[in-house]
Design a protein around this ligand. Structure first.
Ligand code: 8OZ
Length: 364
């Protein structure tokens, strides 16, 4: 059998993906009143529906889980209705789509929190990062450490979000366990200094993640539950003293749960792909043998190599998908790509969202 290519199909749970190209989750800050997805979101996602799999922008599971202005939620009926228009539009084009479930933890601001309270985190350590509220970048607010008794409520928020995702017509969910948000804050010892069952040992720091996974799997099934991790990314100010040991353990635990996929950010999120010589993603892949999605700075050549060498089953592209609704076709033809316009990444309307030209548009 010859080596697979990006353009071969792949069986992902109950879905037969026509190719191995994934649209990475991309925050676009265009939600409307009530944090309902933008009325333009169905068109935006449907334009990109020939990707093997679409992963939506991160979507908060509760008001407490929100960290930036105008990001969509998946906790109210109106939000579910808004997302239903998205899944209908994508499915009408034969696409597959999962929603990324998000709790930002300490990466938030009192202006976004219920009753203007402090954001919550494993420990009361302020994130060395900024957020975007009231149309400006600001330092994140000092968080308060979660009480043990609050954790079941957050798990319930994840459960409700997963149930809502299925109501909204999604093919599954991706749990956002990456980039320095709540789950990653629990995992890594730079942000978790708890002395109860959720802090200290690797087993304890991974407990919150695994409880989220188990809660969602119980609600919608393992074959609809994926997870994104960024083991070595410093995104949003997180760090760990021994990421290899931590994520080896996590991968072993995920293996027992037969998840739909694990999606890894290789290197620093949106930055260098370099990984310290003492860290090995291969070691994780040996421990989790299910579908493996890789992301971060891939181009056609790097992606073909990853698929051909069996280093990955699927490759996620982020910024190239912002600027190229027909990215699959462009990669297939090795055609030039439109450059993304950073000024329209976050917030605004159709400009830089639904108006990037396809090859056919450009030829016309
Ligand atoms: C860019 C801006 C705001 C949030 C992530 C959800 O890094 C994000 C994000 C990206 O995972």
């Amino acid at each position: 059998m010859s080596a697979p290519t990006l353009f071969d199909s792949f069986q992902l749970g109950g879905m037969t993906l026509p190719n191995r190209i994934v649209m990475a989750p991309l925050t676009r800050n265009r939600a409307g009143a009530g944090f309902v997805p933008s009325p333009l979101a169905p068109e935006y996602y449907a334009q990109r529906a020939d990707a093997g799999l679409l992963i939506t922008e991160a979507s908060q599971i509760s008001q407490q889980g929100q960290g930036y202005q105008d990001t969509p939620g998946i906790y109210t009926d109106a939000q579910v209705e808004g997302w239903k228009a998205v899944t209908d539009a994508v499915h009408a084009r034969g696409g597959h789509i999962v929603i990324q479930l998000w709790h930002v933890g300490r990466v938030s601001h009192t202006a976004l929190q219920p009753n203007g309270g402090a954001p919550v985190a494993p420990s009361a350590i302020t994130a060395a990062t900024k957020t975007f509220v009231n149309n400006g970048f600001v330092e994140t607010s000092e968080p308060r450490a979660l009480e043990l008794a609050e954790i079941p409520g957050i798990l319930e928020d994840y459960r409700r979000a997963a149930a809502n995702a299925i109501k909204a017509g999604f093919d599954g969910v991706e749990i956002h366990g990456a980039n320095g948000y709540l789950i990653d804050q629990f995992l890594k010892d730079g942000s978790n200094q708890r002395t109860d069952d959720y802090g200290g040992s690797i087993e304890n720091r991974a407990r919150f993640l695994l409880e989220v996974v188990d809660t969602i799997v119980a609600e919608i099934g393992a074959n609809r539950t994926g997870l994104r991790l960024s083991p070595v990314s410093p995104a949003n100010g997180v760090s760990d003293s021994n990421p290899q040991a931590l994520f080896n353990y996590v991968a072993e635990q995920l293996e027992k749960r037969h998840l739909l996929f694990v999606h890894v950010v290789e290197g620093a999120t949106g930055g260098p792909r370099d990984v310290a010589p003492d860290f090995s993603f291969d070691a994780l892949r040996q421990r989790f043998t299910g579908p493996w999605i890789v992301n971060n700075g891939y181009d056609l050549e790097l992606a073909q190599r990853a698929i051909g060498d069996g280093k990955a089953d699927l490759v996620a592209f982020g910024k190239p998908f912002i600027a190229n609704p027909d990215l699959v076709e462009r990669l297939r033809r090795n055609a030039p790509l439109n450059e993304p316009d950073r000024d329209t990444f976050y917030g605004g309307g159709a400009k830089g969202y639904t108006d990037y030209p396809t090859l056919a548009d450009a030829a016309a």
